[in-house]
Ligand binder design. Structure first.
Ligand SMILES: [Cu+2]
Length: 128
């Protein structure tokens, strides 16, 4: 008797989630006919600083008071963000590749910082 057929019925009900696509059009800006969909975060506008090639990119940014600045290390080499003389903060922990450090600047002023590991790496956050 070789025939032993076991029927296993596994019904996977695919839940058709009807995603109500909230099509949030970016709206207002006059679109330049650029073609490629560049992931367009305006440099520095949102307080984003990359760390790439042993440089802070962009090195100098200007933000409004209350802006949280995020540094993201894109290098394989660890870096830190170390405040220079304004006592805003001291030094981040070592940021591994992909690691981030955030700090919220409340008070208008000019805030230079360096990488504590590579002091030649310099940047400035201007809060205005
Ligand atoms: Cu560094």
């Amino acid at each position: 008797m070789a025939t032993s057929s076991i029927h296993r019925f596994r019904r996977t009900v695919a839940v058709a989630a009807i995603a109500l696509g909230a099509v949030a059009c970016g709206g207002g800006d006059t679109g330049t006919a650029g073609g490629g969909a560049a992931p367009g975060a305006p440099a520095g506008a949102a307080g984003e600083v990359g760390i790439s090639g042993f440089k802070f990119v962009p090195a100098d940014i200007e933000v409004a008071p209350g802006t949280t600045v995020t540094w993201t290390n894109q290098d394989e080499t660890p870096h830190t963000v170390q405040d220079q003389g304004n006592d805003q903060f001291e030094e981040s922990q070592e940021l591994q590749q992909g690691g981030t450090f955030t700090f919220t600047y409340e008070t208008p002023g000019s805030y230079p910082y360096i990488c504590g590991i590579h002091p030649y790496m310099k940047g400035t956050v201007t809060v205005a």
